[in-house]
Design a protein around this ligand. Structure first.
Ligand code: NAP
Length: 271
């Protein structure tokens, strides 16, 4: 992570809640000096106050980056604090779900470099994945800087087009909740087959975490990993015949779920 541009010119963090503090913790750990960070937040947490960063003080004139991490519904109220930094050399990065690049361009000026990013909740333990897309004003080095900053909370991917953001929201943005529900229902199904609740939950959590880690670590794709553990006429095959059923199994169910989230994301962002 090359933070020298940010360390020299400063970074403004607008909104330091769950997402903002997860990122800030990562940057400080990677050596960004606390004195290079300016946070704007109406109710700074005890953790934030203990970090030695500038909190609710006047901002530097030309920070390298402004990172926007307020809730979308607070955006109207929060943006005036940073409007004056638009249109110059400052790169704006937003992690707010559903707020379009055009919205920021209207407030900050179309020439302002703006990168919209969509992280997800495993960011809290640095295992998130964040999708990024920049406007016409962003350079290659802006994009690299944004990736460096967001790598503090996990992996990053670049999008080709902002329109992909709705489907990304439906897949990885909302996806952790689908997996939490998979864990709940897998445990409940084990209970229905006679296991005590705590044991079933422990088995379900470890199975999802272990299979996820194996899928990430393996060179084989998930389909091959599935085939590897499915012996003909065995127990796994019996379950997969239910789960892989085209209409009643995962394929149709997840298709509908991700479509519902994507459609809702389009509605919320007015697209
Ligand atoms: N959490 C996720 O997994 C996730 C995933 C993808 C995207 N995001 C996006 O990340 C953004 C932040 O989410 P979050 O979960 O971190 O929310 P959060 O914990 O509520 O953090 C938002 C922070 O902004 C502060 N704030 C409110 N009004 C402000 C203002 N006018 N100026 C400056 N700061 C202000 C809030 O203070 P108060 O608490 O005092 O109001 C709070 O500390 C959202 O836009 C969300 O869409 C989050």
């Amino acid at each position: 992570m090359d933070m020298s541009r940010v360390a020299d010119q400063g970074l403004v963090l607008l909104g330091c809640g769950k997402m903002g503090s997860a990122m800030l913790a990562g940057w400080l750990e990677h050596g960004l000096p606390a004195a290079s960070v300016w946070v704007i937040d109406p109710n700074p947490s005890d953790w934030l106050r203990a970090q030695g960063v500038n909190i609710n003080t006047p901002l530097p004139e030309k920070p390298a980056v402004v990172l926007v991490a307020v809730k979308p519904q607070m955006m109207g109220e929060a943006l005036p604090a940073i409007r004056a930094l638009g249109g110059g050399g400052t790169l704006f990065i937003s992690v707010a779900a559903g707020t379009s690049i055009a919205t920021f361009e209207r407030v900050l000026g179309a020439g302002t470099p703006i990168i919209r990013a969509m992280p997800n909740t495993p960011a809290a333990i640095r295992q998130g994945i964040t999708a990024l897309i920049g406007n016409a004003g962003t350079s290659g080095s802006d994009m690299t800087l944004a990736e460096d900053l967001l790598s503090a909370i996990g992996d990053t991917v670049r999008l080709q087009d902002e329109a992909q953001m709705d489907a990304v929201t439906g897949l990885s943005g909302s996806g952790p909740a689908y997996v939490f529900h998979l864990i709940e229902t897998l445990a409940a199904a084990g209970e229905a087959q006679g296991l005590p609740h705590d044991l079933a939950m422990r088995l379900a959590k470890a199975t999802v975490a272990g299979a996820g880690a194996l899928a990430m670590a393996s060179e084989e794709d998930p389909s091959q990993l599935r085939i590897n553990v499915t012996s003909p006429n065995g127990t796994t095959q019996a379950a997969l015949e239910v789960l892989m059923h085209e209409q009643e199994g995962f394929p149709n169910l997840l298709h509908r779920a991700v479509k519902a989230a994507t459609d809702r994301s389009k509605e919320l962002s007015g697209g």
